[in-house]
Design a protein around this ligand. Sequence first.
Ligand SMILES: [Zn+2]
Length: 104
Amino acid sequence: MNNKGDNTAVNLTFYFIFWSPQVTGYLNLLANGIDNFTHGLAVAGSFLVSTRVGLLTTAAILLHEIPHEVADFAILLRAGIHIFCCYFMSFYCGMTNKTAALYF
Ligand SMILES: [Zn+2]
């Protein structure tokens, strides 16, 4: 029997590990933390250029964050995380941008 190219078991393993709602929620938290960290870098860097550029960058990021955080919240709820934990997790992920801004 030729098993070459038959990777059904591997595909199923990846499916159950990476497509389970819980893992999706935690991956989303990780990605959200990195995203917020880069926002902090962008805001801090743009304020170093000028106040006007900094305010514009901040406004753009705030507008971008509204649908972004709503979607992240929905993903966390779908992952089975309690609604209060979703609030706290979103809050702590949001703190990563302050960390980046303070680093500069
Ligand atoms: Zn973002």
